[in-house]
Design a protein around this ligand. Structure first.
Ligand SMILES: Cc1cc2nc3c(=O)[nH]c(=O)nc-3n(C[C@H](O)[C@H](O)[C@H](O)COP(=O)(O)OP(=O)(O)OC[C@H]3O[C@@H](n4cnc5c(N)ncnc54)[C@H](O)[C@@H]3O)c2cc1C
Length: 486
């Protein structure tokens, strides 16, 4: 087996070029380490590049400008209430304390602008969800822009398939997509391979998810859990893999064989959700992973239909497949292609016609739509059917009418490899494994399971970026400690 050319012994091998791996590479290279970055895909970015990149941050200038008083203590208490007993509150506090300096300010130093309005997500006492202009893709590109100024080795389109210790170093076996195999020897390895939301059999193997036979997988294609297998072989401690973040707004991606991959439907708000009986069951404004998913999973067949009109249809966005665009943009012809090609989308000029096409009873659906419209026309602020806030709602009245079938969509995985606060990977016995680091979603966003069973939105991208930086800095500091003579 040949070594990969031009890559003899490197100081740090970074496996995975998402936000965690790239941030780590930047820190380590800036501190003087020779760094090689390997990624399975032909381009960098992973799930981070298709992510909204929204970050839960505390004490930022945006909060101050909006007069929002927040504190680490308050955020931590929200975090704990949402995540439950398995949330790693030591890591969560570590993140929250550094979120302004090490995420908000750091991103600004790379040229990122944060939106000046904040989104208020369920579970937060005050608004904290910060949106970077240009989404996750812009942050990834900004970090890469800096990396290009440093002497980094890149090995794209190449998977790390095995890691093995030997002689105080780690030997990584690589497999390139064109069949070439080889090895890289590294003094340290940082695994940042993302989660496993695209690996349906791994998801189904988790006891909590086994009963969901319509579960769709999401995230980027290479979020397949291969990094966890590498780490497990190495004796690392892996925890809480059954804590998976599921969204209720998934619909099968008809472009994917078997249609087991999902698309996340975004941009649609003036819709109602009905179940198989044509009845509403939930306040559709609460469409996130906490309340929305629980409501969907309670319905017969764990499925529902989103019903909306042609005006709302113009806002549809589809995530998790770059073919359809980004979290901010979809070309109108791709949107139309989705509407006309997906077997999980129906269209009709009347609500009765739509119900017949979808296969749900006509009368309950007609009643549900007319009661919703009536409440809005009467100026009611609260929807009598679900308690939904109707102040900004628009009636469903402009034909054609649309129905999209929703199924549970796994998009983020909350468990992973345990690390200490410096991102050193811990063994099954709880001791740091020399030379091995992990950050990002493979480490449950940070530390192993920073979130617990549920998450306040924005607690993935930020902790992935933060833990990546921590991992890079720790790897560089450990390297100095090991090799300094003075
Ligand atoms: C559509 C979408 C929207 C999201 N929006 C938000 C949001 O707004 N806010 C939020 O907090 N979170 C969000 N998330 C979650 C968040 O973006 C991710 O958790 C985070 O970006 C993961 O970063 P990462 O660097 O750990 O992994 P990734 O970005 O997935 O990078 C991992 C990289 O490792 C590579 N890789 C995998 N295995 C191997 C291997 N064996 N060898 C070599 N390379 C390998 C992959 O190709 C990939 O490039 C979203 C996720 C998705 C999918």
């Amino acid at each position: 087996m040949a070594r990969f050319e031009n890559t003899p012994v490197t100081d740090l091998l970074v496996v995975g070029a998402g936000v965690a791996g790239l941030s780590a590479a930047l820190e380590a290279a800036a501190m003087g380490l020779e760094v090689v970055v390997v990624d399975a895909e032909a381009t960098y970015g992973g799930a981070s590049a298709i992510s909204g990149g929204g970050c839960l941050l505390v004490g930022t200038p945006v909060q101050a400008a909006l007069g929002i008083e927040d504190s680490v203590q308050l955020a931590l208490s929200d975090w704990s209430a949402c995540g439950g007993p398995t949330a790693d509150l030591i890591w969560a506090k570590h993140y929250l304390e550094h979120s302004t300096g090490d995420v908000y300010d750091w991103c600004e130093s790379l040229g990122i602008t944060w939106a000046q309005d904040l989104v208020s997500h369920v579970g937060n006492s005050v608004p904290r969800f910060h949106k970077p202009i240009g989404s996750g893709a812009r942050i990834v590109a900004a970090i890469c822009g800096r990396l290009r100024q440093l002497p980094i080795g890149w090995q794209l389109d190449t998977r790390v398939v095995h890691l093995e210790p030997g002689g105080g170093r780690i030997l990584a076996t690589l497999s390139a997509s064109r069949g070439q195999r080889g090895t890289i020897e590294a003094r340290a390895v940082l695994v940042a391979t993302g989660g496993f939301a695209s690996n349906l059999s791994m998801l189904r193997a988790q006891p909590r998810l086994a009963r969901l036979d319509n579960l769709l997988c999401g995230s980027s294609y290479t979020s397949d859990g291969s990094g966890l297998a590498l780490l497990e072989e190495f004796g690392a401690q892996i925890v809480n893999l059954d804590e998976v973040w599921i969204y209720p707004i998934g619909t099968p991606n008809y472009r994917f064989p078997g249609m087991s991959r999902g698309l996340a439907v975004r941009g649609i708000y003036d819709e109602i959700w009905v179940n198989r009986d044509g009845r509403r069951f939930h306040d559709e404004n609460n469409r996130g992973g906490v309340a929305g998913s629980a409501a969907l999973l309670d319905q017969p067949g764990a499925t529902a239909w989103g019903i909306f009109d042609s005006r709302e249809a113009e806002h549809l966005l589809l995530l998790d497949d770059g073919y359809f665009g980004t979290s901010e943009y979809i070309a109108p012809h791709r949107r139309e292609e989705f509407f006309s090609h997906s077997p999980f989308v129906w269209r009709s000029d009347s609500i009765a016609g739509l119900a017949e096409k979808v296969g749900i009873p006509v009368a309950p659906l007609e009643d549900a739509v007319s009661e919703f419209n009536q409440a809005i026309r009467l100026g009611q602020e609260v929807d009598p059917a679900t308690g939904r806030d109707l102040r900004d709602a628009r009636p469903i009245q402009s034909p054609p009418f649309y129905g999209i079938q929703y199924q549970p969509l796994a998009q983020k995985t909350f468990g992973g490899v345990r690390t200490d606060l410096g991102c050193r990977v811990l063994s099954t016995a709880g001791a740091p494994i020399p030379g091995l680091y992990a950050a990002g979603e493979v480490a449950g966003m940070a530390g192993g399971h920073i979130n617990g069973t549920a998450a306040l939105e924005g607690t993935m991208f930020g902790p992935c970026l933060f833990s990546g930086r921590v991992a890079g800095i720790t790897a560089a500091a450990d390297h100095r400690g090991r090799f300094s003579t003075g």
